[in-house]
Design a protein around this ligand. Structure first.
Ligand code: IMP
Ligand code: MG
Length: 178
């Protein structure tokens, strides 16, 4: 698995630092509010598990699964709900937790969909941002870090459902998917 990685983008220590900074920001901004963290499966699952422990105020969690990718490395432009939330978010202060904001198609669709359910507020927290590849008019309110336009795997991010269990984030060698 490690042999398929050309370069480490974020080490375990760097990830820890990023997540604790984001947790502090969210804890400060949502003090006294009805915070609910909504993790977008499956890519954000490790980020979510670490982020929720870095949040020091009471919060709820829920999960959604959408798909826009198939098994390739480029977006298809289509978003499908595979698993919906278990409870209403009416009156809640929602933070969507995503692994990566790429074209933005997934998150702009998801944000619109959740806004229609009358939350008190809705913001986006993404671990990674690839601003060069943006197609939809959307940006995140909390960003771990921006990365260049390369295919990243590990710490939840996959290529064809593999590499999610790498504890760091690396660049996948193009020879693996070409
Ligand atoms: P978007 O709709 O193009 O913003 O795509 C967002 C989704 O695409 C993410 O939640 C990931 O699942 C996937 N994705 C985008 N870029 C990468 C990458 O570099 N590595 C792994 N998954 C990616
Ligand atoms: Mg994802």
């Amino acid at each position: 698995m490690r042999n398929d990685i050309s370069e480490i983008l974020l080490s375990e220590d760097e990830l820890k630092e990023i997540v604790s900074r984001l947790g502090e920001e969210i804890s400060r901004d949502y003090e006294g509010k009805n915070l609910i963290l909504i993790s977008v499966l499956k890519g954000s699952v490790i980020f979510m598990a670490d982020l929720m422990r870095a949040v020091k105020i009471p919060c709820k969690i829920d999960f959604m699964a959408v798909s826009s990718y198939g098994s390739g490395t480029k977006t298809s432009g289509e978003v499908k709900i595979i698993k919906d939330l278990t409870e209403s978010i009416e009156g809640e202060d929602v933070v969507i937790v995503e692994d990566i904001l790429d074209s933005g198609v997934t998150l702009s669709y998801l944000k619109k969909l959740l806004l229609a359910r009358n939350p008190a507020s809705i913001k986006i927290c993404t671990l990674l941002d690839k601003p060069e590849r943006r197609k939809a008019d959307i940006s995140a309110d909390y960003v771990g870090t921006s990365i260049p336009d390369a295919f990243a795997v590990g710490y939840g991010l996959d290529y064809a459902e593999k590499y999610r269990n790498l504890p760091f984030i690396g660049v996948l060698k193009p020879s693996v998917y070409q």
